[in-house]
Structures are given as C-alpha cells and as structure tokens.
Design a binder for this molecule. Structure first.
Ligand code: GTR
Length: 422
C-alpha cells in the first residue's frame, strides 16, 4: 500500500476509535445499584462447607475452598511456584526525572519445564527516600520502553504488543481515549511521594491474544498438576505479579512488608486475583477492574459474562465459557474474591462514564465482603456510596469524572490510599 494511503487509513481508523469511545462514554454509569443482585452470603454455608464464624475458620477452612472454586470455575490454576532468576540488573539512568530517581532494568527468567519464561521489569527507585522502601508493582500496557515514553532506546521492547501499541498513531489514539498514564505511568510523581515502583508488561508472560496465547498457556500447564484446571491468561498474569513479588522480596533495598499491587482494567482483574492467592501482597489497587475483577457478575449491567468470554476466551479456564450459558451455574461471585484479600487494604477506582466496568456493582461487592473484614476486627468498607471516599476503612472506592482509562486522579487517589495505609 502507498505510504500516503496508509496514513489516511490510520487517521480514519483512529477517528473511528475515538468516536466509538465518545459514544460509549456518554452512557454514564449509575452511582449506586438500585437493588444489588443476589449473591451468596460471604460467611454462609458454601456447598457442603458449614458457615464460618471466626477469622481462623475463614483462613484455614473457607479460603482454600474458595480459591479452589475460583480456579476450577473461572480462572484456571496457576503454575506451581518457581522463583524467577534475576539474570541481569543494569542501571539505565542514575539521575532520572531531574535527578530524583534511579531507573534499573531487570531481566527475569522463570525456569519452567518447557523452557524459561523471560520477562523484563523496570525498577524506579527514589534516591532521597530512606530504605527499605515501600514498593508498588504496577503493570503497564505497551511494554517498558513505551512506559518510559520511548526516552531510553536501549530499554527492552517486548516481542509482542497489542494493536494499540504498534504505531505512534495507534498509541496516540490509546492515550487520547484512555489517558497517557495507561502507557507511561507517572513514575516521577510516585518517586516524589517516596514509593519505589516495579513495572512490567504482562503480555511478555502471556500474549493477550486468543490464538497466540495458546502455546504459552500450554507451556505453563506443563508445570501444573495434571488434574489442575489449565490457567487462562488472567491466572498467568496474576502468577506474573507473584513472580514480581518474588523478585522484589529478594531486594534488601525494598520493604517486603509493604508491597502493593496496582493494575488497571484487565490487569486490575489480575492484580485482585494475585492478591487473593498471594498473601505477600500487602495492599491492592484495582482500577476499573470490571467483570471478573471487582464487579459482581450476577448482574446484567456493564460487560456480561457472555460478552467477556466470547471476546476474551483465553483469559479464563477452558471450563468457563460453556459453563456460563446459564448464570445460575456459577455458585460464586466476585465479593468472595474481594473477601479472600481480607484483612488487607483494597482500593477500587471507578469512573462516572465507565458503565462497562460497572463501578456501582464493584461497590456492592465490596460491601458484601465487609463481614469477613469484621472477623478480623477491621472495618472493611466505611463509605455509604461509591463516590464518598473514606480511607479510614480498609476498603475504599472513588469515582472520578470521565470514562475508562488511567488519569492523573487515579494515581493521586492511589498515592493518598498508600499514604493512609502504609
Ligand atoms: C475491555 C474488556 C474489559 C476490560 C478492558 C480493558 O475490552 O471488555 O473487561 O478488561 O477491555 O482491559 O481495558
């Protein structure tokens, strides 16, 4: 195709994407569910398991049963734990962001039976803050070179990226629709606030593509018990967060008791799943995580189970799609995933125009998880509505104006929540 023609095509496609986003955003999300859908009582009997009456019973009896059910019915299992090997660590810039931070690139190899999975992480370490530092493990959407806005040409660029990352015009469209922070997180702001950040691109662990992901998911399955339900991409990305926790915990400059996970949208789902399965995550922030993230799935608002499993079959256990022909077949809902994180702090970010991720039902899910926090003598959600943010509780939500994406306000709320709880 002639270059001129190609450019016109890109502009038309970008314009189409923007218009689609605008019409979608105009359908604002309601602030509070009129009547929250029915969901199993968080402490009630679950299958043949008797009701739970203490924190001890929750942790030792109910939590493993629920984790097993989430694996079996929705996400698939994670590969058996193997710690990554830090193959190389090099300083990219020792006075980045006007001298306030050091940037390192870590190459991590996770040894697996089918051969190692290699992924890269950037560590952004504030220079002035006192070690050991609290650390935020934040996923990015287009790889590490793009996360540094392309300023460092020798930083690794992943072999595979989704369409939105491939050309400058596609990146521009993604940033216009979803905010520049979706590609390049505000590292300088976090460093100024005293937080180290480890960022990685989950697409390096499993490609976010129904076809391309198959070989990688098969390779991961070789490290799982034969009877275990195969991992979908969300479980594999959650496993990636845990491998990042392994790497961070081995670094004496970082405080392994203050590790936060941060994820947006699909990676917000993965961050919640990771925190539910890995107790070393001391806090989790899930921004607009939506269906099979923080939002209840027994609801017709926002993204339906049918829509998500049709478009992203590779995200889930192979058992999920057909099972979901009838909603009643799912004896679980997402308040139970939130409850598995108790008593650790959770922040759920929402946006008023983001109907798709249904923030009102994420609030309802958080409310329904409260009795588990109470077992630990914690407050859980202290708010009376999704937008009345109250950080005195262990769970908090906020609603910012605008649509789906990562905006500066999302990170401001994150830092305020981190300050309140770390
Ligand atoms: C959408 C998907 C959502 C959410 C979102 C994202 O297309 O339907 O579940 O994950 O992508 O990750 O931005």
């Amino acid at each position: 195709m002639r270059p001129g023609l190609k450019r016109i095509l890109y502009v038309v496609v970008a314009l189409g994407i923007v218009l689609w986003g605008v019409q979608f955003s105009l359908r604002a999300a309601p602030a509070h569910p009129k009547a929250p859908p029915e969901m199993p009582d968080v402490l009630g009997a679950f299958g043949s398991d008797a009701p739970v009456t203490s924190a001890d019973e929750w942790l030792s009896r109910r939590a493993p049963i629920l984790r097993g059910a989430f694996e079996r019915l929705i996400y698939g299992a994670q590969p058996e734990t193997v710690s990554p090997i830090l193959t190389s660590r090099r300083v990219i810039d020792d006075a980045a962001f006007k001298g306030i931070a050091v940037i390192e690139e870590w190459t991590l190899d996770v040894p697996l039976r089918a051969g190692p999975i290699r992924f890269h992480a950037l560590m952004i370490m504030p220079r002035q803050a006192k070690a050991p530092l609290p650390v935020v493990i934040a996923t990015n959407f287009c790889g590490n070179r793009a996360a540094l806005a392309g300023r460092y040409r020798d930083v690794d660029r992943p072999a595979w990226t989704p369409g939105r990352c491939r050309t400058p015009i596609q990146q521009w469209a993604a940033e216009t629709l979803h905010g520049a922070d979706i590609i390049a997180p505000p590292f300088a702001t976090l460093a100024k606030a005293g937080y180290a950040v480890l960022t990685f691109f989950p697409g390096e662990i499993v490609e976010d593509d129904p076809r391309l992901s198959q070989a990688t998911l098969e390779a991961l399955a070789a490290d799982m018990d034969e009877s275990a339900p195969k991992a979908g991409a969300l479980a594999a990305w959650a496993w990636g967060y845990s491998r990042a926790i392994d790497a961070v915990s081995a670094d004496k400059r970082l405080d392994s008791s203050r590790i936060a996970l941060w994820g947006h949208s699909r990676f917000g789902k993965a961050a919640l799943l990771a925190a539910a399965f890995d107790e070393r995550a001391a806090l989790v922030v899930a921004n607009q995580s939506g269906t099979f993230g923080a939002t209840l799935s027994q609801t017709t608002r926002g993204e339906s189970i049918r829509a998500i499993t049709r478009k992203f079959p590779h995200w889930f256990s192979p058992a999920l799609p057909e099972r979901m022909a009838r909603r009643e077949d799912l004896p679980l809902d997402q308040h139970l995933l939130i409850a598995l994180i108790a008593p650790r702090p959770i922040l759920l970010g929402g946006a008023r125009m983001d109907r798709w991720s249904d923030p009102a039902n994420a609030f309802a899910a958080a409310e329904a998880a409260n009795p588990v926090y109470a077992l630990f003598d914690r407050q859980g959600l202290a708010q009376t509505s999704p937008s009345r943010t109250d950080f005195s509780g262990d769970i908090a939500t906020f609603m910012r104006p605008g649509g789906h994406g990562v905006r500066p306000r999302d990170w401001r709320e994150t830092i305020a929540f981190l300050d309140a709880h770390f």
